[in-house]
Design a protein around this ligand. Sequence first.
Ligand code: ZN
Length: 233
Amino acid sequence: MAHSVRWLGHSAFHITTEKGVVILIDPYITGNPSCPIKKEDIKQANLVLITHDHFDHLGTDVPDLVKATGATLIIQPELVETLRKAGVSSDNIIHYGMGMNIGAQAEIAGIKVIMTQAFHSCTAGSPAGYIIILEDGKTIYHTGDTGIFDSMRLFGEIYNIDLALVPIGSVFTMNPLQAAISLSLIKPKVTIPIHYQTFPVLTQDAGEFIDLSSKKAPEVKVEAIKPGQEVQI
Ligand SMILES: [Zn+2]
């Protein structure tokens, strides 16, 4: 048995832990050209993590997903009112409807979630990433939308990161070179490149990233999977 980390295209992930806990990250499903599923296909979720409020991350499905599954939504305080107005109960928002912020750690269903900074923009709150520690200690770092920053090195030192999810699309995030160098800071065992190919303006394939990673962080295994595919950790 292992944990399944399924890419739903762009920055969206559906993680099922060995014990059956389901974690959704940036579930941009409706309208996502590379997402292989419909929101109705998601019957269970325990945690929903949002990195920031851009349409391709917060999306439009979060209120329905939370209402249908009873999941706990992890968002920043500045997004709480928006989600409440969309019908999400305070009971389903982390910390009794207060939200959480960068540096904080929450624990839900045996999963530890740490919110990290990301260098990007957004409408309310500030962009974030997540370090997710599963029941057995396996650790995933979703950087969110971000340019490279040196504190990624610190996250690699504090947390023993098994899997890093890094954007390579350029235009709005790291380009393939920055993403490859970020791996030398984070020092994960495995990486999945994300936030590319979804729209014509983004980097269209992972080839350059794979090539640069082999030079900048040769010890990291690159899993350039297709939307809908999964990696086991
Ligand atoms: Zn964004």
